[in-house]
Design a protein around this ligand. Structure first.
Ligand code: ZN
Ligand code: ZN
Length: 193
């Protein structure tokens, strides 16, 4: 299930709570979408493969031109330094900062009974963000996350076994479970690391 509303890139964590999705992934995706829709707000002179191709394919052309121009101006071809090292992607760096802020916000919210109660009962967290949260949360909140990861995993294993039976019988449908498992093991689609 997906949240129906379009989230603002700076939306508070509580707005990203929805059954069946990792709220940290949801907010990072919203932030990444905002970058692609309005790249002028996130200037970059260096981009990774994924973000350069996303800019080329999904951003307003006038903005893509501006960023690619500055990337070409900054490129090692023009400089005499002879540097051949890889430069960090400006957008990946911004996304990591946003991710760290949202993980810290999650840790703060876990002190509130209402938030912790909802997360305990309905929460979904991907493995990557779950492990990051376990590292920064004290006990017993870290145990809540371990419990969520274990029950998410158990449910996915059950769905995968069901799907396996269907596939072997040659039945169609139910392939959505493969996407849910990918989301669980490597975070939502298109999130770089
Ligand atoms: Zn996640
Ligand atoms: Zn990047």
């Amino acid at each position: 299930m997906r949240p129906q509303t379009v989230l603002a890139p700076e939306a508070p964590l509580i707005q990203a709570l929805a059954r069946g999705v990792c709220p940290i992934c949801t907010l990072i995706r919203a932030f990444q979408n905002a970058m692609l829709e309005a790249p002028y707000r996130y200037p970059a002179v260096s981009l990774c493969n994924f973000h350069a191709w996303s800019l080329a394919g999904a951003s307003p052309a006038v903005e893509a031109v501006r960023i690619f121009r500055s990337m070409l101006e900054e490129s090692p071809v023009r400089s005499n330094s002879g540097a051949t090292g890889l430069y960090p992607c400006n957008w990946c760096v911004a996304l990591r900062e946003q991710e760290n802020e949202k993980l810290a916000e999650f840790a703060r919210e876990m002190k509130r009974d209402k938030f912790r109660g909802w997360v305990t009962e309905y929460g979904t967290i991907c493995l990557f963000h779950g492990r990051r949260l376990i590292k920064i949360l004290p006990e017993p909140e870290a145990e809540v996350i371990r419990h969520i990861l274990a029950s998410n995993q158990k449910e996915l294993e059950r769905q995968l076994a069901e799907f396996d039976v269907k596939v072997r019988r040659g039945e169609k449908g139910g392939a959505g479970v493969l996407g849910h498992i990918a989301e669980f093991v490597v975070s939502q689609r298109g999130l770089t690391r």
